[in-house]
Design a protein around this ligand. Structure first.
Ligand SMILES: NC(=O)c1ccc[n+]([C@@H]2O[C@H](COP(=O)([O-])OP(=O)(O)OC[C@H]3O[C@@H](n4cnc5c(N)ncnc54)[C@H](O)[C@@H]3O)[C@@H](O)[C@H]2O)c1
Length: 450
């Protein structure tokens, strides 16, 4: 469903009116267009500590306009505030900040560029995970990056986003995949996130088709976010298998045909769902996206057992049972990628959604608990937690709540199914085994649960 307020706020008259009376003024976010090759369409500024060198080396594959503060020509052309071009992307390596006193480098680096950012700029700060550092003051300095990043993300204007990546030992090899996502419009609706990268042997071979040769199953793929995930995985080269309930057969088959994929009509809660699924995947699967989900909202006082049971069965029990069966039968290959569609309701809680929020929090817990156990088979498992996304599910929310859901975020608008799909597609990549047991929010830095 379209957000008419954004159209209004971006018209000449609307822009003057909303500015005059102090209403939120969300901008149209720039999104990835099919056929585009370079992640960054404009100037990239690199600075900071030792990882900046590494980023400088891969930067030529991200953009043809790399700049830096200082005089190391290997990092690109020097950038002078007010004279250099507007910045489309920024990477600052803060991994060597180990004293409180050194944190001022954050202010010194970012302040001059805040008024020199292009439309929809994407910023990334690199650090080292505090829990991996023995020295308490150094760990504290690295933890300070989190407060700085989340706050600066809230100060960005014009569709800007900012993330903090904690780069583990040996994970430097996977920086390119992460930066291709976080510095490009693929992460248009992701902001204020903290993501930990660990070493991962697998690598993307071809950045134009990062999922080539991979087979992907998407549940709930007939419409909404699931359909967009299937499209995006297919765009990135995966062979897709689309699953949905029998009543959605026509839509499902039409989409599968368009994507050159296969369809499976199945209720994931059926008693024999696991056997049926395994039978229909004789060649196994590399990527499993548990997207199918339902809401049955009522306050707990009015919650029927049927509403409770239905939500927990579809949203939580089915992903658990099906994933376990795919693992036990060997259907899910080594280096597999499991992605669970959670929700920020599962983080923040939501009135009228005790059942839904319990199911979605359970998925986040599942990713955290299963990740270390699946590591031996180099399988990663993560949750993606969307905020307010414009779909049929959210079109049914009453008007006032819908408006609140859209505006209560740093980006001041709802996301699109494509935004969630891009995050899933990144986590599905071979090199994204670097991320596991985590929950990535795709919520425009919603204030809920932040
Ligand atoms: N739309 C949002 O704002 C939002 C926010 C947070 C999380 N999510 C989550 O994202 C996922 C997709 O949401 P959406 O908005 O596209 O929903 P949607 O209702 O548009 O689509 C859900 C799909 O799942 C399928 N499905 C439901 N029960 C099934 C079952 N038993 N077996 C097989 N398929 C089944 C439906 O037929 C439908 O095609 C859900 O898990 C949802 O909870 C959505």
């Amino acid at each position: 469903m379209s957000d008419r307020y954004i159209d209004f706020a971006n018209s000449a008259f609307g822009h003057r009116l909303v500015s005059a009376i102090g209403l939120p003024s969300p901008v149209r976010l720039e999104r990835w267009q099919a056929g585009r090759l370079r992640p960054i369409d404009g100037a990239l500024l690199i600075g900071g500590g030792p990882l900046a060198q590494q980023v400088g080396e891969l930067a030529k594959r991200l953009t043809d306009a790399t700049y830096h503060y200082g005089n190391d020509p290997s990092l690109g052309t020097p950038w002078i505030p007010g004279h250099g071009p507007k910045l489309k992307a920024v990477v600052f390596d803060a991994s060597d900040l180990v004293h409180t006193d050194q944190l001022k480098q954050l202010r010194e680096f970012f302040q001059p560029l805040m008024k020199n950012l292009d439309h929809s700029p994407h910023l990334v700060i690199l650090g080292r995970a505090p829990e991996t550092i023995d020295q308490p003051f150094a760990a504290s300095a690295q933890r300070a990056l989190e407060g700085f990043s989340r706050s600066l993300a809230k100060e960005l204007r014009d569709g800007g986003t900012l993330q903090l990546l904690y780069v583990g030992a040996g994970a430097e090899e996977q920086l390119e995949g992460a930066l291709r996502f976080f510095l490009s419009p693929k992460s248009a609706f992701v902001s204020g996130q903290v993501v930990r990268l660990q070493a991962c042997a697998a690598q993307v071979q071809d950045w134009s088709r990062p999922l080539a040769g991979r087979k992907a199953l998407v549940t709930g793929a007939a419409r909404g976010i699931g359909a967009s995930i299937a499209e995006t995985l297919a765009r990135d080269g995966a062979d897709v298998v689309l699953l949905d309930v029998p009543p959605a057969k026509a839509d499902l088959e039409a989409l599968a045909a368009r994507l050159g994929g296969r369809s499976i009509t199945l209720d994931i809660c059926a008693a024999d769902a696991a056997e049926q699924l395994i039978e229909q995947l004789p060649d196994g699967i590399d990527i499993v996206v548990h997207n199918a989900g339902i809401t049955r909202d009522k306050t707990l006082a009015n919650m029927t057992p049927e509403f409770w049971d239905a939500v927990l069965a579809v949203n939580l029990n089915a992903p658990q049972v099906l994933t376990q069966a795919l693992l036990d039968s060997g259907t899910l290959h080594d280096e597999g990628r499991v992605i669970l569609l959670a929700s920020i309701s599962g983080i923040a809680g939501n009135r009228g959604q005790t059942n839904y929020a319990a199911s979605k929090a359970g998925l986040i817990g599942l990713a955290q608990a299963w990740a270390p156990l699946l590591q031996q088979r180099t399988i990663s498992i993560n949750a993606v937690a969307p905020g307010f996304i414009e779909t049929q599910m959210t079109a049914h929310i009453p008007f006032a709540l819908r408006e609140a859901g859209r505006r209560m975020s740093s980006l001041g608008q709802g996301g699109l199914p494509q935004d969630v799909a891009e995050a899933v597609a990144w986590l599905a990549q071979p090199g994204s085994g670097a991320v596991t047991g985590q929950a990535l929010r795709v919520c425009g830095q919603s204030v809920l649960g932040a």
